[in-house]
Each structure stands twice: as structure tokens, then as C-alpha cells.
Design a protein around this ligand. Structure first.
Ligand SMILES: C[S@@+](CC[C@H](N)C(=O)[O-])C[C@H]1O[C@@H](n2cnc3c(N)ncnc32)[C@H](O)[C@@H]1O
Ligand code: SF4
Length: 399
């Protein structure tokens, strides 16, 4: 049992994130915690994930000593990875059963997302997901050109994606996200245009467009060092971003976060809660949590995660990161909130912290407004178009 803080609220909404760290093959760009060839650990891993879920549900993993009466209400569940869809579907239904048996759920509004990779699901699996309560799919496509998918090291073709997408529609999934990536080596502006146009024709409810980040330690990082890959360049990458934004907005999608677009009413509840600085609990190896003003994470290595549980050393599985002060919490609220295209409402900030951000951050805001990175419009502080391209300069002021 670890005591990570105090809270005097009586009722709180949370999101639950469950990490599934298995993949068929590692993509060239990916530094998310996931393993290839460790499928033999799946059964033991899921057993302890269910155990951890129960512990959290019973208030045993985290000691809510000072808020024992808190009623925790689960608003969203997000099963991410890795590739959750490579698991036999019975594990997904086990996980969701554990949540339902151990938590108070907001059944009317509950959003349950699973990340799905093309080439790892069939109709039967998708049907199982639907039966056990999954109501949102997030499909990682990245691009519609097989040439580009190949560069990324993806295991699937565009046609595999279409099979997955059409099966999901046939089975009745009516809330689907598609992930796209921009700035991929060898990707042209025309490729991006083709990808976005093809996806618009399919009409998913939600589209995420991530600009490629070359993460240290990934094959792309090493290849870039050796000049074995060429990135499109910042100017082209920005053109890609604005092309996607224009095309999606013309097609009726709402741009609601730097990298996210949705049909109205289909914004990701789970992610919006994170950007609104609401609480979430991460379960499984490498999962992050934010509760009672404390940020902490679970140990990264899957074997250690399992062994610690099996040898009664489970406290070793949790790594404390920080207990927020009011000052750090307010700054973080600015950073997270400004990711949203509608920005931050000054009144929301006042209600949450009892302070006026305009006075509190007068120096920072003056500078960012003068540089045309932020605009203040009545009750709203938000990124300008220039700020969308240079958001890092805005975050720097609130670190
Ligand atoms: C957590 S990943 C896992 C989802 C799933 N396994 C897949 O690959 O489709 C979610 C999304 O993050 C994006 N992503 C992962 N690594 C990235 C990177 N280095 N740069 C930009 N986007 C990245 C990809 O679009 C991916 O679909
Ligand atoms: S499938 Fe997804 S999680 Fe797995 S390596 Fe590729 S991007 Fe990363």
C-alpha cells in the first residue's frame, strides 16, 4: 500500500488507462513500452493487471486514508499499447468485467476505447469487443500508401486497414478514430493529401494526426544519425499539417486539440479529461497515473512488474514522480489547456484555483501575445495560428 496524498473531495470522476505492452513487430519510430516475442507472458500479465485493477478499486493500491468516503466514478476506460488487439479477446472481456465489478461506473456516458492495429483483428474479435462493452475503436493507420507504411515498419497494408475498418462498421461500431502521421521519411505533400482524402471518404468520427517525433533509441533515430533516412523538412511538415487541418475542417470535422479532429460530439472524452487536468489511474507496466495532485507511474519492465506481484513486493511497482504544489498545478493547467483549440476559459481557472491567470501570468501572457503566439479574447486564452505551429515556445513559458 502506498500513501500518495490527501484529498477532501467526496466525489471524483476518473479515467482508467490499461497498458497492453505486446506488439507483433516493433515499428521503426516507436518508443512506447511494448515487447515483441513475449506472448508467453500474456496470461500472467493480465492476471496481475486484473489484480491491480481490483486493488485500485478497493482503494488498496493507493491509500485514500484521508478521503475514505470518496466515491470514485469511472467515466472512461482506455485500453492502449502496444497492441491490445493482439490479445485473445477473452482477456479484454476479463479486464472490463474486473472494472465493472470493482468500480462505480457512469454507465450512461461511459467511453470504452481499445487501440486496434490492422492485421490483428477479425470480425469475431471485434464482435467480442462489442459484446463486452467496448464502444470506441482507435485504429492506427498512419498513411494510405503501402510504400510509406513499409518505411514505418508497419505490419499491415492499406487494404488490411480497410478490411478492419469495414468489419468494425459492419459489426456496428459507431465511434471510430483513425491515427495518421505527418512528416514521415519519404512522405510527400501529395501522399498526405491522398491519405486524408481517402480517410474523409470513409467518414470516421475522429481523426488524430501526429507529427513524427524521432525518439532517441528507435531505429529511425539511428538511421537519421547515419543519414539513411530523409525527413520532409519542417516547412513541408507544417504544410502537411495545415493541409490536413483545412481538408478536415472543410469536411465538417472540428479541430479541438493540436493533433485531434472529431465530428461534433465525438471528441475523445478520455483525452479531453487529461487536457482538462482531471484524474486518471494507469494500470499495468509503464502506465502513468494522476490522482490527489500526485503524478506517479508503474514500473516499465513487464517481468519486474509480474515478479514483484508474484513475490509480494508490489510496492516496488510504483514510482512516485511529484506531488504538485498549487503553483505547479496552475502552470500545468495552462500547458494542458492550451493544447485545446478553444484554449482556457479564464473563469474556469478562477473557479479551480481562486486566482486570475491574467494577473498571475501577466509577464508570460504579455510576451506570448506580443509574439502573436497567444490571443486573449474576452474570457478565453488560446493559441493563435502561429502558436499552433510554435506551441513549444508557449509551453516553455509555463514549465
Ligand atoms: C500508442 S501508439 C499505439 C497504437 C497502435 N499500437 C498502433 O501502432 O496503431 C498510438 C499512436 O501514436 C502515434 N505515434 C507513436 N509513436 C509516434 C512518434 N514517434 N511520433 C509521432 N506519432 C507517434 C501513432 O500514430 C500511433 O498510432
Ligand atoms: S504497433 Fe503501435 S505500439 Fe507497437 S511498435 Fe508499432 S506504433 Fe508502437
Amino acid at each position: 500500500m502506498i500513501n500518495i496524498g490527501e484529498n477532501k473531495m467526496n466525489k471524483k470522476n476518473i479515467g482508467i488507462y490499461i497498458h497492453i505492452p505486446f506488439c507483433k513487430k516493433k515499428c521503426e519510430y516507436c518508443d512506447f513500452k511494448s515487447y515483441v516475442g513475449k506472448e508467453n507472458l500474456i496470461d500472467r500479465y493480465i492476471k496481475w493487471v486484473n489484480h491491480e485493477l481490483k486493488e485500485v478499486g478497493e482503494g488498496n493500491k493507493i491509500d485514500y486514508e484521508n478521503n475514505i468516503d470518496d466515491l470514485i466514478i469511472v467515466k472512461t476506460i482506455y485500453i492502449g499499447g502496444g497492441t491490445p488487439s493482439i490479445l485473445p479477446p477473452k482477456y479484454i472481456s476479463d479486464i472490463l468485467r474486473t472494472v465493472k465489478e470493482n468500480y462505480t461506473i457512469d454507465n450512461e456516458n461511459l467511453e470504452v476505447t481499445i487501440e486496434v492495429n490492422p492485421g490483428t483483428v477479425d470480425e469475431e474479435k471485434l464482435m467480442e469487443y462489442k459484446k463486452c462493452g467496448v464502444n470506441r475503436l482507435s485504429i492506427g493507420l498512419q498513411a494510405t500508401q503501402n510504400r510509406v507504411l513499409n518505411v514505418l515498419g508497419r505490419i499491415h497494408t492499406y487494404n488490411d486497414f480497410l478490411v478492419t475498418y469495414n468489419s468494425a462498421r459492419k459489426i456496428g461500431f459507431d465511434n471510430i478514430n483513425v491515427d495518421l502521421m505527418l512528416g514521415i521519411p519519404g512522405q510527400s505533400l501529395e501522399d498526405v493529401q491522398e491519405s486524408v482524402e481517402k480517410i474523409i471518404k470513409l467518414s470516421p468520427e475522429h481523426i488524430s494526426t501526429y507529427s513524427l517525433i524521432i525518439e532517441k533509441g528507435t531505429p529511425f533515430y539511428k538511421k537519421l544519425e547515419k543519414n539513411e533516412i530523409n525527413l520532409p523538412g519542417e516547412e513541408i511538415e507544417r504544410k502537411m499539417y495545415w493541409l490536413v487541418k483545412r481538408k478536415l475542417e472543410d469536411a465538417g470535422y472540428v479541430h479541438y486539440e493540436i493533433s485531434n479532429f472529431a465530428k461534433r460530439g465525438y471528441e475523445s472524452k478520455h483525452n479531453l479529461a487529461c487536457w482538462n487536468q482531471e484524474e486518471y489511474v494507469g494500470v499495468g507496466a509503464a502506465a502513468h497515473s494522476y490522482t490527489n495532485n500526485v503524478r506517479y507511474s508503474n514500473i516499465c519492465e513487464i517481468e519486474e512488474y509480474i515478479n514483484n506481484y508474484e513475490n509480494d513486493m508490489e510496492t516496488n511497482n510504483f514510482e512516485f514522480h511529484e506531488k504538485q504544489t498549487k503553483d505547479s498545478k496552475m502552470k500545468e493547467f495552462m500547458m494542458l489547456g492550451l493544447r485545446k483549440i478553444n484554449g482556457i476559459k479564464i473563469q474556469d481557472f478562477k473557479n479551480k484555483f481562486g486566482e486570475n491567470p491574467i494577473y498571475l501570468y501577466r509577464k508570460e501572457l504579455d510576451k506570448l501575445v506580443n509574439e502573436n503566439l497567444l490571443e486573449i479574447d474576452g474570457d478565453v486564452i488560446k493559441l493563435t495560428e502561429k502558436g499552433l505551429d510554435l506551441a513549444n515556445l508557449v509551453w516553455e513559458e509555463f514549465v
